[in-house]
Design a protein around this ligand. Sequence first.
Ligand code: EPZ
Length: 462
Amino acid sequence: MLCTFNQIQKRDNIRERTKEEMSRFRGANGGNILDKFVIRGGHPLEGEVNISGAKNAAVAIVAATILCDEPCIIENIPNISDIGISLEIFRDMNADIQVINKNTIRFDTKNISKPNVPHELARSMRASSYFLGTLLGRFHEAFVPLPGGCDLGDRPIDQHLKAFKALGALDDIQSGCVHVKADSLIGSQIYFDFITVGGTINAMFAAVKADGYTVIENAAKEPHIVDVANFLNSMGADIRGAGTDVIKVRGVKYLKGITYSVIPDQIEAGTYMVAAAATRGNVLIKNVIPKHLESITAKLRTIGVSVEEFDDSVRVRADMGGPFIKTNIKTMPHPGFPTDMQPQISTLLSLAEGTSTVTDDIFDNRFRYVSELRRMGADISVDGKVAVIHGGTLKGAPVKATDLRAGAAMVIAGLAADGVTEISDIFHIERGYEAIEDKLTALGADIKRVYVPSKNDLAMSV
Ligand code: EPZ
């Protein structure tokens, strides 16, 4: 089970200092695992919303502080439960973590004595695999149980291991734990069989202090790849080409401590853009990099939504009437339309006139939310990797967040539906969206968290 910061804080084996610090760095509404959202739909979103730091950049950058030879301060870290899990991993490794404020943390990793990640924490998120690359880069050895994360079908790490092997590491998987070890890491050529975000980041981590020169080919180009490379370069690494499909890394001996701010979250921004559209609202989405949103902006415009771009914000309007227009979408690695926005945009298309198709073949199973959306009246059929969406209206119903972005789609559906929608398993949503109900409430949504004490909480309160 995934943990909110609140639950992590309640674990009785936490050292006092960390316990105090965790309490300052927890989900803004730090709830329980069984909590639900209850949304009364039909209120157009209006006003302004600030986008938090990018989850998928932050989880990698936080893990990368292990490679740094001095303390680092990371700013604009999203206050989400995946970061809470990363902090738990650091605590277990004896790193010195100081939570400066709710989005800023100082990491001093010099005291890490063992290159091990505990089983239950590794299984709680996909990004635990980044500890393989960073521990290998620093200690030339890592023990990390196979990662968990959203259930989107099979999610192997063979390409990560292929990259480590190219640099001279041997791997062995026993009882679900990956052990990688190298006498020394030597720069080499790494060619990915297909584009992998996690594989590209892990290859950079292992190569950054290797001896000599590494060339990573068929690399992923997502904004968070560039952010991770910028972070490493600011510490003194020599990485060129991040954001293109060939990344060149010249190994260095020493990485100095810095203060670094994580980029804004492309997917959180896209989610609020779609929510503004689906509720026929008018929202200024602030603290974004509009270039990162181009594929989302283009599709929203095709659907008939107005998107105005400014230097670091976008205004999304769908309050002028006119139907949403059907369209076809295929998810692609960056700069294509992101798979992490597929459930949200499909929800909007279920409100469009006519029939749209959505193809998503990046993961085996990213359509699990469809059966939930059907409970709300959506007319969607799925054949393999293709969903056919006949647009119509949505009605409130009890539904479940089946994973992080599926949960975001349920929130959008609830906001746009007639009547009341109750969403369970919202801990998935809290893995990646900071203070979502506060941000939506400030935009005029009627969304309430229902606190449901778990058996553990009840036992603790006795
Ligand atoms: C990252 O996952 C993101 N997670 C995902 O975010 C995102 O959906 C995905 O990239 C694609 O953009 C993080 O950054 C923590 P991949 P990752 O390696 O790195 C297969 C979200 O909602 N593959 O690019 O796991 C894999 O199974 C999420 O925030 C292998 O077969 O994605 C998938 O089919 C969920 N072997 C495809 O490649 C490997 O060794 C792309 O995966 C690696 C990947």
